[in-house]
Design a protein around this ligand. Structure first.
Ligand code: FES
Ligand code: FES
Length: 211
């Protein structure tokens, strides 16, 4: 490649900002979640106007998580997962691959599952975040959580919060799921311990109890 072509290519690569990369990565994840669970994970058309720049220093944002709105100071590079874990102390959300490939970090944004490790905290805006800490109500575990315990659907536990989030979303939106529905809902959730048969059984049992 001639030097001027190399210079042009290098300049173009530098013009891709980290924020732009996160947006692009988020789009591809939204697509994969859409394919795996028939849920549009995130609609970027609803986000703030393009061209608005933030940073490089930290800025204060408000974020509503599990029904409570808090102010946090985050740098523009902060992911939603990092904001939840490092700034709000909600460590139930796990970060495993940190690149949108395993869904361990699944949370809901206005009720829709998203991979929080590849979403910018600034992009949350006024949408409400629900984490695994917000699934139990009034001290009572969700039927899916109870069924996971009953059917031994967790081993090391790294994938478990994300798996529970996917399964709860399914049973809350489909009162009578079959095995294929459960497989479909958890298609993006990777479990290295191979708990899938227990996860499927637990979710189907939980759905039956919720009717
Ligand atoms: S940790 Fe987010 S998808 Fe794997
Ligand atoms: S329980 Fe270990 S990765 Fe799923």
């Amino acid at each position: 490649m001639e030097k001027k072509d190399q210079d042009a290519e290098s300049k173009s690569a530098k013009n891709i900002s980290r924020r732009g990369f996160i947006r692009g990565a988020g789009l591809s994840t939204a697509g994969s979640v859409l394919l795996s669970s028939n849920v549009l994970a995130f609609d970027y058309k609803e986000q703030p106007a393009k061209g608005k720049e933030f940073g490089p220093g930290a800025m204060t944002i408000k974020m509503k998580v599990n029904g409570i709105t808090k102010s946090i100071s985050v740098e523009p590079r902060t992911t939603l997962a990092a904001a939840l874990r490092d700034h709000l102390g909600l460590t139930g959300t796990k970060v495993v691959c940190d690149r949108g490939a395993c869904s361990a970090c699944t949370v809901y944004l206005d009720g829709k599952p998203v991979n929080s490790c590849i979403m910018s905290a600034l992009d949350v805006g006024d949408k409400e975040v629900t984490t695994i800490e917000g699934i139990a109500k009034n001290g009572e575990l969700h039927p899916v959580q109870e069924a996971f315990i009953e059917h031994d659907a967790s081993q090391c536990g790294y994938c478990t919060p994300g798996m529970v989030m996917s399964c709860v979303h399914l049973v809350e939106n489909n009162p009578n799921p079959n095995l294929e529905d459960v497989k479909d809902a958890t298609r993006g959730n990777l479990c290295r311990c191979g708990t899938y048969p227990h996860v499927f059984k637990a979710t189907l049992e939980a759905a039956k109890k919720m009717i």
